[in-house]
Design a protein around this ligand. Sequence first.
Ligand code: EPU
Length: 432
Amino acid sequence: MDRILIRGGHRLAGRLPISGAKNAALTLMPAALLTDEPLTLRNLPRLADVDGFGHLLNQLGASTAVEGTRPDEFGRVMTIRAGRLTSTEAPYDIVRKMRASILVLGPLIGRGGEARVSLPGGCAIGNRPIDLHLKALEAIGAELEMAAGYVRATAPTINGQGGRLSGGRYRFPVVSVGATENVLMAAVTARGGSCIENAAREPEIVDLCRCLIAMGAKIDGIGTDTIEVEGTDRLHGATYSVMPDRIEAGSYACAAAITGGELELTGVSVDDMGATLSALEEAGVRVEPTREGVRVTADGPLRPLTLSTAPYPGFATDMQAQFMAMLTLAQGASVLTETIFENRYMHVPELARMGADITVSGRTAVVRGVAGLTGAPVMATDLRASMSLILAGLAATGETSVARVYHLDRGYERLEEKLSGVGADIERVSDG
Ligand code: EPU
């Protein structure tokens, strides 16, 4: 199995290109199921999860054609054609490995009035139920049946006409990104209108709405917590460019900060990164928008922070682990509170093995800055936790080897190439 080997202590400097957003890609790809015409997605990141989602679409009968950009370029273009679907089922084996597979539920009902999707079960960062996805779909007219670990959702037949949801109103009791995406994709082809209240406002939801509109959907309130959808009979094909990955960009901004470096992150949308960039500035890192993105410079000591994760526009849970790694070297004690997922501190014992001083009590972690970290063999059980160990390794003295690279391959396009391009001593090694 591959691992990433880092010899730490190098100051990072230079330009680092940011890829298309994983979490936008994973909701734009299923949107292709809503039409029998081709959906072409540009700036799609080259990631294991994107490949995995492509396979799922293939199993449902959609074709996926990838136009290779040059090997030295990042991203690629994929055209998805869901002319005729041959299956409406997301099987356990796929959903188990890639939770985002449940995002076919909404578009499959929206397209043909029927879907059968395996319940995902727990994952490394928490329980992650899908009750809100199901309640929202029910509220806009879906009928649900649970059996043998699967949920079957159908649109009822009215006056001999089957296959279309009625539309309706739903207020989320808790903000959910995935459930907002699922209900939106189901609502766009409903017979009537829908109103989604307390909807997630993440930029990835805005990206999905824009793509759906390009496909002919009628959506109002984009980027707010109340989204109104007027159902349309039919969506058509489109060409759409995936938004930049604000979490990848934030992760590399932390890499500049923790190594006392200076990186220009190109291709990012600064407007989507408000909370992350403010937190960096509060930690003493200089942040300057540039023509192509944003420059992040760390030329003084890092200051400690008090941060609590929250739905957008709050501080993202997907940035918590990377900030924690950075704050292990701040001058003083930081307090981080994780409010979104109950088990998202799996990186703490590994960071401690590198010399970090962190105490976790329930949902709160106190990070006392230390003078330095030392390299060690480490591993993590999820994507962002793995990135926090990479960051620690970049700043540590000596060698750090991060195992279970497949987590990183799910969400960071050619990480070692991007980091070595700005001065990191990092390589992927295969132990056969
Ligand atoms: N929740 C429920 N019931 C549901 C759905 C969610 O209780 O039916 C709870 C969750 O357990 C969690 C909270 O609501 O406590 C928020 O979860 P949300 O549904 O917003 O998360 P998600 O859609 O499953 C996406 C991202 C995650 C990111 C979260 C929060 C994708 C593919 N995944 O997950 O990204 O952490 O939103 O922003 O978009 C990552 O990229 O590393 C990652 C985990």
